[in-house]
Design a protein around this ligand. Sequence first.
Ligand SMILES: N[C@@H](CCC(=O)N[C@@H](CS)C(=O)NCC(=O)O)C(=O)O
Length: 268
Amino acid sequence: MSKLELELYHNDMSTCAQKVRLTLAEKELNWKSHHMDLRRGDTRTPEYKQLNPAAVVPTLIDKGKVICESTVIMEYLEDAYSEPKLHPTNPVDRARVRSWTKRLDEGLHAAVGVISVSIAFRHQMMAGRTKKETISFINLIPQLERRERTMDIVFNGINSKYFFPALRLWDNLFTEMELALSNNNWLAGDFYSLADIAYTPYLTRMDHLKFFGLFINRPKIIDWYERVKLRPNYSAISEWINEKYMPLMRENGEETWPLVAENLKRKM
Ligand SMILES: N[C@@H](CCC(=O)N[C@@H](CS)C(=O)NCC(=O)O)C(=O)O
């Protein structure tokens, strides 16, 4: 079997694409890269929407078959390329893996988008565009809910109604994550699994935003993050870092952190 039959439409800094690249790297699979510039709107063209109607990355092509949705792609890779195994064999542990990955798809991923865009990426989306052009660019998003949310966070930043609820969603998740990691080495048990892979990009994002204050009383998460970063597959994130994004995330994140810390304290 030629391993070069895999092709991935992805983006360097996209958390969903990072999930898939980490899985490909863990399985030592070779793949052909189609890098998409999200700020230019590469995913919003009619041609790309034929591959991925949601107009998002990642999209995997395997021997001509198109697979969308990062969690589905990870599970597909696990089914199609079974070694090394990233799903435990015990049904209870398998259910645990899925309950972690499901939550990303049910709101946590959108929430990290809200946090990142409100703090940093909105500046890239508006750069070189008039207000009218920015509105037209956002209107190319096919899903009404995502379009309305993006419009609000791009123009209102951290004053958007979506910002603090998104942070609290992640803060609550981190409470559960700390508990899970107090009982086990890895998120779904004693086995490094798709659950650990799925959350690695999101911890990395909090790191890039300098939001490590979230983990002051969560030492197990810090320890887990240090361990996932040491794994060889972490090159799937580190080798694709876009240096243009880093100061934007760091500087705006550091400026926002005191407000975030204050808000989280009030809500506890
Ligand atoms: N549920 C999708 C979400 C994918 C997603 O949100 N991708 C973002 C990057 S992380 C994207 O491609 N955005 C394109 C855009 O905003 O134009 C998945 O898990 O694959």
